[in-house]
Design a protein around this ligand. Structure first.
Ligand SMILES: *[C@@H]1O[C@H](CO)[C@@H](O)[C@H](O)[C@H]1NC(C)=O
Ligand SMILES: *[C@@H]1O[C@H](CO)[C@@H](O)[C@H](O)[C@H]1NC(C)=O
Ligand SMILES: *[C@@H]1O[C@H](CO)[C@@H](O)[C@H](O)[C@H]1NC(C)=O
Length: 813
């Protein structure tokens, strides 16, 4: 797959060109004595690399030892000092290698940075020279000549250089001197050289103390006792077939497997020719792994051979004959690697949880892969499972960055289990995998979204304040408070008042309640905006329109415009005596503020003086004679008309209509019977005196006006049509559907009288209404201008007087 990469050393250089790496070239090298106390400071890494000490902690600076889990060194994140974290024993790590270097990585993140640190471990003289055995037995023939040499295995000192064995001292004696030799294989041994011949009869045995001293300061020493036994017969030492044997041994070889067979031959016969083998000088490690068959010289596997623990062993084998004469050979055993270690994946760092806002290509983790094998067995390929928005980018050495490949979205996937697999190149290859759990942290990136584009609420008028109209719902997929939705009304005005005086919204549930009772006659619908906001910071919001429709309820009774129901002046209709059946007499005009059926009015005569005489149009309100008027009919006719709307339940209003069957108001002796109002009689009688005086003058003017009018011979025009002129301002604003009921457009041919309701004085205000074709709307629009126009046709001065007089009369009456 794409994300497969070679982890091997060879590709590092190649990677550096392509991967965004912050590789600092500064390799650091420190030197430290072994066996230092814990906490001893080795050096200051921050200073040496020029790093900002304050950022070490944030950058997660740490020390990673190659392929091991022990931490010999630590880094003080506050001071940047490298210190000893665990006992460092040079002999453990490097045995007899002349130079002992521990290598580790200094790792920094953000950006990822790697520095190689080498730690040179210096030897201290902490080991004494030691001989393989405490006692060395030497059998020497008394016939041995001066100059004969006897080999003795050298003392070993685990320290190196100056601290290893430097000199030997042999106890003073009469027969031997001491000599140091080096074999062809490079190992040292010491010899005793016979200086003065032995005499068995004189001395059968002797014990000599040999001391080895190292060059350290202070000196350390080790001793061995050389036990010399003087023999009678001649002897030859055994001789190995080779001075150095080499063997290759694959790791994990089974127990008892033969590594190599050494063999030495002895020229002597019998007991003197019997050669036995044994290890001389054997490290503790080797001792556990190998054993030697004393008789056959076979070196046998005696423990678990692990290449990773040690790849080369050197052992010295000694061959001895029956009399104790011996010689040595070196055996070098090279262990060959077997692919027995699967790669190990270490998660070195992980940004968990990772915010969903990180841009593609952001490093969220660092992974390290190690394989303890060598060569091909150590080359590792890493891959990441398909279908996750992450990839592995090879970084420094065997480090990989875990990088996002696309924008994360917590609302879609909130957790990832990322499986990383590492496979080595051995045969058969070994692999291992590791699952990294990564959570995505929320960012407030989704505004609340209303479930609907707009909401409508229907409410009948006169609702109770606090009643629920509807509810809005918005969803926000973010986490916790980032997804908690709070509702509120956006400020605004309805009919000039703030929306909050009409509606309220429950912030938690989105329920919308009416704050007041609505009146359909005031407004039929209005719109408000509701906002949904989440609780994130910064918060996100969206808004939606809620339309409220108020529906009508029959809560307005019909309103009668004509005849005017109240006031102390009322209209009396004059019915000509000659009126035929079906003549239009008057009209009841009513309106209803409701709408539709609630405003559909019907008229009915509920009570009348003569039930057979008048009839009313059910919907027109027109009052007509039902038959011809006869002489016998009562002159004064009263009608009570009821106006009813069509609502459920219906509402109604009534009015009284006064009709006078007469051709002339003057014929009527008194109208007082018509009047209901008796209370004002006293007042009016006081006014009579004033009236009589004024009316005389007034009538004179009227006669003048009439005279002027007639002299003009013009077609008479409407002078005053108060009976039907309904000022438009009188009607409610939404008064639109009164056609046929609220207007008067039929042919009228009667006189209108303004009566005062006074007992004794009547005033006839005359105009012949001949303009039959006058359309209704014009009638309705008649205004004062029309009057002045009408008067204006005559001389100006009397007209002014007339109007003034009219006003006086109105005032008086
Ligand atoms: C990830 O693994 C954990 C534990 O193995 C499991 O509980 C979880 O459901 C897994 N998540 C996904 C997204 O597969
Ligand atoms: C909400 O989003 C903000 C950033 O927009 C983030 O810092 C915070 O952690 C989020 N809160 C939760 C509860 O996830
Ligand atoms: C309401 O939403 C519209 C778009 O949906 C936006 O343009 C407007 O600014 C919002 N109004 C307020 C007051 O947030």
């Amino acid at each position: 797959t794409e994300s497969d990469f070679m982890c091997a050393n060879q590709s590092y250089g190649f990677m550096f060109f392509f991967v965004v790496l912050r590789y600092a070239h500064g390799d650091l090298s420190y030197s430290v004595q072994e066996e230092l106390k814990r906490g001893s400071v080795i050096g200051n890494i921050a200073k040496d690399l020029g790093l900002d000490v304050g950022r070490l902690s944030a950058r997660k600076a740490r020390i990673d030892l190659d392929g091991g889990d022990r931490q010999f060194c630590g880094i003080n994140l506050r001071s940047g000092e490298l210190f000893v974290a665990e006992r460092i024993d040079r002999e453990e790590h490097c045995a007899d290698k002349p130079s002992c270097v521990l290598k580790f990585d200094l790792l920094l993140e953000n950006p990822l940075e790697l520095h190689r640190v080498s730690l040179q471990v210096q030897d201290i003289n902490d080991n004494s020279p030691a001989f393989p055995k405490d006692v060395i037995k030497l059998d020497i023939r008394e016939s041995a000549v001066k100059g004969a040499r006897y080999r003795i295995n050298a003392a070993q000192d685990a320290d190196i250089g100056k601290n290893s064995v430097e000199s030997y001292t042999l106890q003073d004696n009469a027969h031997f001197v001491f000599n140091i030799q080096t074999t062809s294989a490079g190992s040292k041994y010491v010899e005793l050289v016979l200086e003065k011949e032995l005499d068995r009869e004189e001395q059968q045995e002797m014990k000599l103390l040999l001391t080895a001293v190292d060059g350290g300061s202070p000196h350390r020493s080790g001793t061995v006792v050389i036990h010399v036994i003087v023999l009678d017969a001649n002897d030859n030492a055994p001789v190995f077939t080779e001075s150095v044997y080499t063997a290759k041994l694959p790791e994990n070889s089974p127990l008892k497997a033969v590594v190599i067979v050494v063999s030495a031959s002895d020229a002597d016969e019998g007991l003197n020719g019997d050669v036995t083998y044994e290890f001389s000088r054997l490290s503790d490690k080797s001792q556990k792994l190998f054993s030697l068959d004393q008789k056959t010289g076979e070196i046998i596997v005696n423990g678990a051979i692990d290449y990773e623990e040690g790849s080369r062993y050197e052992v010295i084998v000694e061959a001895k004959d029956g009399y104790g004469l011996s010689s040595e050979a070196k055996v070098i055993i090279d262990i060959t690697d077997v692919n027995d270690n699967a790669p190990v994946i270490y998660l070195k760092s992980l940004t968990n949880p990772t915010p969903e806002s990180v841009s593609p290509g952001t490093e969220v983790g660092i992974i390290n892969v190690q394989d303890r094998d060598s060569e091909n067995n150590k080359q590792v390929r890493c891959s990441i499972q398909q279908g996750v928005p992450f990839k592995l980018v090879p970084s420094i050495k065997n480090y990989y960055s875990l990088v996002t490949t696309e924008q994360l979205d917590r609302e879609r996937v909130s957790d990832y289990n990322i499986t990383i697999t590492a496979t080595d190149e051995g045969s058969p290859p070994l692999s291992s995998s590791k699952t990294v759990q990564l959570s995505v942290a929320d960012i407030n990136d989704n505004p609340p979204v209303f479930e609907e584009q707009s909401y409508s609420a229907y409410v009948t008028e006169n609702n109770k304040p606090g009643s629920t109209l509807c509810s809005v719902t918005a969803r926000d997929p973010d986490w916790r408070q980032n997804g908690t939705v709070i509702y509120s009304l956006l400020p605004g005005e309805v009919n000039g008042a703030p929306v909050s005086s009409y509606l309220s919204v429950n912030g938690d549930t989105g329920m919308i309640h009416a704050v007041r009772s609505f009146d359909y006659e005031q407004f039929r619908s209005f719109k408000v905006h509701v906002m949904a906001r989440d609780n994130g910071s910064p918060p996100l919001s969206s808004n939606v329109t809620v339309s409220v429709f108020v529906s009508d309820v029959n809560d307005n009774s019909p309103q009668i415009l004509y005849p005017t129901p109240e006031g102390n002046s009322f209209m009396t209709e004059l019915v000509p005596k000659a009126a035929h059946g079906g003549s239009l007499v008057s009209k009841v005009i009513a309106v209803d503020a409701d709408s539709g059926q609630n405003a559909w009015l019907s008229y009915q005569i509920v009570k009348s003086t003569d039930p057979g005489l008048f009839t009313i149009g059910l919907h027109s309100g027109e009052i007509r004679t039902q038959r011809d008027i006869s002489e016998s009919d009562n002159m004064k006719q009263n009608l009570i008309v009821s106006v009813k709307d069509n609502g459920q339940p219906p509402l109604s209003a009534t009015c009284a209509m006064y009709l006078l069957i007469s051709d002339n108001l003057a014929e009527v002796p008194e109208l007082k019977d018509i009047s209901y109002d008796e209370k004002n009689s006293k007042l009016t009688s006081y006014l009579i005196i004033a009236l009589v005086s004024v009316s005389t003058i007034f009538l004179t003017f009227i006669i003048i006006v009439m005279g002027v009018r007639f002299c003009r011979r013009r077609k008479p025009r409407l002078l005053f049509d108060g009976a039907v002129a309904i000022p438009s301002a009188y009607l409610p604003p939404n008064y639109a559907d009164v056609d046929g009921t609220g207007t008067l457009r039929s042919t009228y041919n009667y006189d209108a009288y303004l009566t005062t309701g006074s007992r004794t004085s009547d005033f006839k205000f005359v105009s012949s209404y001949n303009d039959n074709t006058l359309p209704a709307d014009q009638t309705l629009k008649k205004s004062l201008t029309d009057f002045s126009e009408a008067f204006g046709d005559c001389d100006s001065s009397p007209e002014v007087g007339t109007v003034a007089l009219l006003q006086v009369a109105n005032y008086v009456f």
